[in-house]
Design a protein around this ligand. Structure first.
Ligand code: SF4
Length: 433
C-alpha cells in the first residue's frame, strides 16, 4: 500500500510521524492531509533514505536539479553537484540527465546522497529511442512504461511525467498565434513531436491508469509535468498552459483515487502579478494537490542572474501557497550548471522559500532571533542562524573584526555600540508581535 492508502486506512506510518516531527505538527493532521492527497511523501519503498513531506502546512521545500547534457556528460561532476545540493540544504534532487551514461549517472547519484531523487523518465526513453531506432519519434510507446517501471525499481522517489499533453492541447497550441517562446519543456517538445509524427494520442495520457499503477506499486510520487509551461514572460497563463493545468489537476485527482500520490507542476516564466492566480487555480481545481513551481522566472532579461529572477518568483509563490519550488541557477539559459552554480541556486531558493514561509506560516521566529543576535553582536549566533553560515563567516573573516565587537562596515561608528542598552528593554526577548 502507498503512504496515501495507509493514511486513508487510519495508519500513521513511520514516514508520516517523521514528517510531523520534522515540521512540528500534530501527527493526526499530517495523516489526514496525506490521506486526502494534500501532502505527499516521496518515499519509494525500494529506497528509504531521508523522509521529506511536501504540501499543505509544511515548510516550502526546495528541489535542486542536476544532470548531464548531450554536450557535457561527466558522472563525477554530477555526483559532486548532487552532494553540493545536499550539503547546502536542498530538500530533494532531480537528475535530469539526457547525455552520456544516463542510467549510470542516476545510479551514482542515488548512491551518493540521502535526499529523495526525482527524474523525468521520458528523457531516457527518448534518448534510448534515438540510439536504438534512429530518432525519438520512432520510440515504441512501451518503452515509456518500461522506463517508468525501471526507474521506480531503482528507487526514484518522484517523477515528472507529461500526462497532460494530449491532442486537444496540441491543437490549442497550433491555433494560438501569440506564443513568443514556443515550447521550452524538453519532455513536452519530444512528446508533441512524437504525437505529430505518429498522428497518435500521448500514450501517457491515453493510458494514464497504467502510469499511476506503476507509480503506485512502488509508492513513487507522480508529478504531473508542465510540458506547455511558458518559456517567455509574455506567454504566461495563456490558454494552452491553463488547459494543461486543468488536465493535470483532473489527473492528480484520478491518480489519488487510485491510491497513487500525486502533485502538479506549475510555471515556468511568469510576471509577478499572475503568480497568485495560478496558485489559486491549481489548488481549487486539484483539490489542493501539492503545487510544484519551476522557479518561476519573473523577467526574461537577466541572463546570468536567473537564480535571482527565480528567487523573486519563488518567494511570492511560497507566500501564496506553493508547496515546492525548483531552484534555478545563474547558468540558466546560458549553459549546463557547474558545481558552484548549484550552491548559488540552492541558497537563493532556500532564501526565497523562507521569505515565503514567513508569510504563509506567519513564522518570524528565526528573523527575530537574528535581529537580537545582530543587536547584541553575537556573531556565533548570527552564523548559526544564517541560511549559508559558510558564506557569512568567509565574508566576516576576509574583512577583519573591526572594533572589539563590531565589524568593519561602520567600525567605531557602530550604531549598535552607540545606542547599546538604550532601547532594548521593550524589545529584549519580547515576542509581542
Ligand atoms: S559596525 Fe555597523 S554593520 Fe557592523 S555590527 Fe556595528 S552597526 Fe552593524
Amino acid at each position: 500500500m502507498t503512504q496515501l492508502e495507509l493514511a486513508a486506512s487510519g495508519q500513521a506510518t513511520a514516514e508520516i510521524r517523521s514528517v510531523a516531527e520534522a515540521e512540528g505538527l500534530d501527527t493526526e493532521i499530517v495523516r489526514r492531509r496525506v490521506a486526502s492527497g494534500k501532502i505527499v511523501i516521496p518515499s519509494n519503498r525500494n529506497r528509504t533514505k531521508k523522509i521529506v513531506g511536501i504540501g499543505k502546512g509544511l515548510r516550502t521545500k526546495v528541489n535542486a536539479s542536476i544532470g548531464s547534457s548531450t554536450e557535457i556528460a561527466d558522472i563525477a561532476m554530477e555526483v559532486e553537484k548532487a552532494r553540493i545540493a545536499e550539503h547546502y540544504g536542498a530538500d530533494t534532487l532531480m537528475d535530469l540527465s539526457v547525455g552520456g551514461n544516463i542510467e549510470g549517472i542516476r545510479k551514482a547519484v542515488l548512491d551518493a546522497i540521502s535526499l529523495p531523487v526525482g527524474t523525468v523518465p521520458l528523457y531516457e526513453a527518448f534518448a534510448l529511442a534515438i540510439e536504438k531506432y534512429g530518432a525519438a519519434v520512432n520510440m515504441p510507446p512501451e518503452l515509456l512504461f518500461e522506463m517508468i517501471e525501471k526507474q521506480c525499481e531503482e528507487g526514484v522517489g518522484f517523477m515528472a511525467i507529461h500526462c497532460g499533453i494530449n491532442k486537444r492541447t496540441v491543437e490549442m497550441l497550433r491555433k494560438q498565434h501569440y506564443r513568443y517562446g514556443g515550447l521550452v519543456s524538453k519532455g513536452g517538445s519530444y512528446m508533441v513531436a512524437w504525437m505529430e509524427h505518429n498522428n497518435k494520442e500521448n500514450p501517457l495520457y491515453e493510458h494514464f491508469d497504467r502510469v499511476a499503477s506503476i507509480m503506485k506499486k512502488h509508492d513513487a510520487v507522480l508529478s504531473l509535468g508542465n510540458g506547455f509551461r511558458a518559456g517567455a514572460i509574455h506567454d504566461a497563463s495563456d490558454r494552452v498552459q491553463i488547459q494543461e493545468m486543468l488536465i493535470n489537476c483532473e489527473l492528480a485527482e484520478a491518480g489519488r483515487e487510485m491510491g497513487c500520490q500525486t502533485m502538479v507542476e506549475g510555471p515556468g516564466h511568469i510576471p509577478i502579478n499572475e503568480i497568485e492566480a495560478n496558485i489559486i487555480m491549481e489548488k481549487k481545481m486539484s483539490g489542493e494537490s501539492p503545487f510544484y513551481m519551476l522557479g518561476p522566472i519573473t523577467t526574461d532579461i537577466a541572463p546570468g542572474y536567473d537564480h535571482i529572477t527565480a528567487a523573486i518568483g519563488a518567494a511570492l509563490s511560497s507566500s501564496f501557497g506553493a508547496d515546492f519550488i525548483c531552484y534555478v541557477t545563474p547558468s540558466e539559459h546560458l549553459g549546463l550548471p557547474f558545481p558552484e552554480d548549484v550552491r548559488e541556486g540552492v541558497i537563493a531558493s532556500r532564501i526565497a522559500a523562507h521569505v515565503g514561509d514567513m508569510i504563509k506560516h506567519k513564522n518570524m521566529h528565526a528573523d527575530k532571533a537574528m535581529s537580537r543576535a545582530r543587536r547584541d553582536m553575537k556573531w556565533d549566533t548570527q552564523f548559526a542562524l544564517a541560511i549559508d553560515p559558510e558564506r557569512a563567516k568567509e565574508i566576516k573573516a576576509k574583512r577583519g573584526n573591526g572594533d572589539e565587537h563590531s565589524c568593519t562596515m561602520c567600525g567605531r561608528f557602530c550604531a549598535n555600540d552607540i545606542l547599546r542598552g538604550m532601547f532594548e528593554s521593550d524589545m529584549n526577548g519580547s515576542d509581542k508581535k
